[in-house]
Design a protein around this ligand. Sequence first.
Ligand code: C5P
Length: 416
Amino acid sequence: MKTPRTIIVGITGGIAAYKAVNIVRAFVLNGDSVHVIATPAALRFVGKPTLEAISRNPVHTDLYEGVAEVRHVAIGQGADLIVVAPATANSIAKIAAGLADDLLGNTILASTAPLVIAPAMHTEMWNNPATVANVAVLRSRGITIVGPGVGRLTGTDSGAGRMEEPETIVAVALAVLDRVASAGEQSREAVASAGQDLTGRRVLISAGGTREPLDPVRFLGNRSSGKQGVALVQAALARGASVTLIAANLEVAVPTSVTTILVSSAVEMHEAMTLAADSAEVVIMAAAVADYRPKTVQLGKIKKADAGDTLTLELVKNPDILAGLAASRKPGQLIIGFAAETETDADRLLALGRDKISRKGCDFLVVNRVGHTSGATEGFGTERNTVTVLDRHGVIVNEASGSKMSVANCILDLIR
Ligand code: C5P
């Protein structure tokens, strides 16, 4: 059983505070110990009993309660991670200035734990030069900013400033914790500030599985859920990258704060990737792309009566997106591909990987086993993954086994 980590969820006074309940819930269900510090303004949006019931701990607000135990220092020192969600423009300004006029501000100042901030405010406030400067200060200190997304705001308006979805905030926060944990307890502070090692790097990621239409209602597809690709997106966001996602039929939620282009077939993905790769420094092809597509797409539904007892489909080859991007790479561009294989023998699996990287011409190839063996599923659709990373000479440069988030971080470590 894993040791529970202590996560502080700071909630400040914005309407998105009601969604913070789901963030607290997700951490608790993940087995972490959660302490909520809500500002008085936050408690005007969401009730203390709700937060106490969901976090399973008392909720603190007041700096002048429990003075004898020096609560802000005790809570701050014991934290493994602090997540502020939603973070209003006011709270961001206070954190940037190092103000400590409430329990949350004091706790943040008294802690060396990594800090993840999920801004939520109206577009005008987000774009205000004061907020822009404050956010830049936070980033420069290694603080992870997740979101905001673009979407519906409180009223009838929409734009940038919507808090990132709780699911993504939790995933990004866990990605930050994961990196801190893998770096060892002693270097926690160092990792927290080095956590933004991909700041400003333009990373293009494809995720999901393509669908090749047969007729208006049917397609040829595969079992990729997009979980590994989306974990890569979340891990890259957590490390400060600017991410573009080309998403094919994902079964998981897409973060709202990345540029996302939805595609369905391999041909659509080819077009979107080729265009987006123009401005990318790093390209990661995590999507499962169909090698072939039906030669013709029937205008009407294929009828049993017309086909008879057997139906033969004629397929034509799809463009190999990865090989194409590698062949036309921009100077300095790093290209990473995946090889999902059903081969069970470890040596033969590696041989397939080595053969593939020489054909594809990419810089690194992430080899993973997929499929069903004795009732268990590997790779596709699962929460965990086991991968071996090969370089262009076929040499093993990294191996990882664990959550898709930890595998994602191991892949992102290839970016220099
Ligand atoms: O050839 P194979 O499909 O096994 O190669 C896997 C790698 O190539 C993955 O990174 C996948 O995203 C990419 N691929 C591609 N275009 C295709 C087929 C696969 O980019 N048509």
